[in-house]
Design a protein around this ligand. Structure first.
Ligand SMILES: [Fe+2]
Length: 453
């Protein structure tokens, strides 16, 4: 019997809500003039076959608009893929489709060129949303995308370019994409790669695009069996980190211990070496199961092109996810990183890791963590049971790396609704600067952005 992952923190909401003038505790700083948006899977029906997989629920974007110290609105909207539009009794928005893969992107939501995009990986296109989160339609950036796009992108804070790496089960390569700040595709490069591996995230440094070629690959066997997401741990594939020179030239590959990485904290060049901080799992997608393979740790790879070797160090052995940084440091040396440890995510992703060493300690349950990677210390801010704390998004205010705020959605089990909590990054465990009380529960989801106006 399969149990749906869409329970507890991930239990979907069934309504779209628009609410104005939200109650705020504390004071919203003046820097907040824009929208906090977050995407996540929210199946239209739990009876759908794809509701058996956490990654396959239709995307729903939740948004809070902040301006002049006020929380002007909250909205949540499903992304209208053709299927979602039909099921909601609406006309289908016209737009391009890659390889027949029309999907309501459920993984991230980003701002680019004054526009808003919900994104997903593995072959499907982004969908463009209006400022108020209504679906405009699918988007291939004016025909600039040869295939699909990616869930995760990284913007170079120096050049303003947006980088992405697309993958698709039908390709013999991954595809590195560079978009300009105007939202047009400026560069497309194919990187030959065997076995159609999954690539959820990558990293950027000043010199390189850092690729992870890890042993989770498309599985024809699982596809033929009808497994909803036919990617599986593949011992035969090996594990490598690739350095693709941004200035041009071939990717150079470096062997690492087999593992799985969903998310990058950040990466940077350190002399000739490259430092890559990631949330790393010992294995994942064993027999195509999301929930098998051990709990993750925060680890650092140091790639030494001179020796061809990669060293690996553990920065934190506690289970955590959703790493973010001050994105003015993307590709540059970073001191701070922010992560979330959500019990409800752990229960879905690592329920079988019952060894004591794999359990997150209680004090680390539903916790936001600020890492000082120079001092090797952490500050933890615990929210308690049922909070299913989400991804911490950093919003800068002053010049220094941690001069700003960390914002995330936190469920309030007493109210049965979510709060948008804003804490000072420099007073991480102090009283929140502001708490915006939303009118409804927001399920635990994936990624989001602060998109300044
Ligand atoms: Fe992700």
């Amino acid at each position: 019997m399969t149990t749906t992952p869409f329970r507890d923190g991930f239990a979907p909401v069934t309504e779209e809500i628009t609410a104005f003038d939200l109650e705020v505790t504390g004071r919203i700083p003046a820097v907040f003039n824009g929208r906090f948006l977050r995407n996540g899977p929210n199946p239209l029906s739990l009876d759908d076959p794809h509701a058996s997989h956490l990654f396959l629920g239709e995307g729903m974007v939740h948004g809070v608009r902040l301006r002049d110290g006020r929380a002007e609105w909250y909205r949540n909207r499903w992304v209208r893929s053709a299927d979602v539009a039909r099921r909601l009794g609406e006309p289908v928005r016209p737009g391009p489709v890659h390889a027949g893969m029309d999907f309501a992107p459920n993984t991230h939501v980003i701002g680019l060129a004054g526009r808003t995009f919900a994104t997903v990986e593995a072959g499907a296109l982004p969908y463009e949303l209006s400022y108020e989160l209504e679906t405009i339609g699918s988007c291939d950036f004016g025909g600039g995308l040869p295939g699909g796009f990616a869930a995760h992108t990284h913007a170079d804070p120096v050049t303003g370019e947006l980088h992405a790496v697309a993958y698709f089960f039908g390709w013999d390569h991954h595809q590195h994409l560079v978009l300009g700040p105007d939202g047009t595709v400026r560069q497309v490069r194919d990187i030959p790669i065997a076995d159609a591996p999954m690539l959820h995230d990558f990293a950027l440094t000043e010199r390189y695009v850092v690729l992870y070629d890890l042993p989770v690959t498309f599985s024809m066997e699982h596809a033929q069996k009808g497994t909803p997401l036919p990617y599986a741990w593949n011992e035969a594939h090996g594990a490598r980190i690739g350095l693709l020179p941004r200035a041009g030239g071939e990717t150079r590959w470096f062997d690492v211990e087999p593992c799985w990485v969903f998310h990058t904290v950040n990466a940077y060049d350190d002399g000739d070496e490259v430092v890559v901080d990631v949330i790393r799992y010992p294995k994942r997608f064993v027999d195509a199961r999301l929930d098998a393979g051990g709990a993750p740790t925060l680890d650092r790879w140091r790639v030494d092109p001179a020796s061809g070797k990669v060293s690996q160090t553990r920065l934190d052995d506690r289970s955590q996810e959703f790493p973010r940084i001050d994105e003015r440091r993307t590709g540059l040396p970073h001191r701070y990183g922010y992560t979330a440890a959500a019990r409800e995510l752990n229960d879905i992703v690592s329920p079988h890791d019952t060894g004591l060493e794999d359990l997150p300690d209680e004090a680390f349950d539903n916790t936001l963590i600020k890492h000082d990677l120079v001092r090797g210390t952490q500050e933890a801010r615990q929210f308690g049971r049922g909070a299913y704390v989400g991804e911490p998004v950093f919003v800068p205010e002053g010049e220094a790396e941690d001069d700003g705020y960390v914002m995330t959605l936190v469920n309030d089990p007493d109210r049965g609704a979510a709060d948008l909590v804003i804490v000072s990054a420099r007073d991480f465990t102090g009283e929140p600067v502001a708490t915006v009380h939303l009118p409804a529960r927001v399920p635990l989801g994936f990624h989001g952005s602060w998109i300044a106006d």
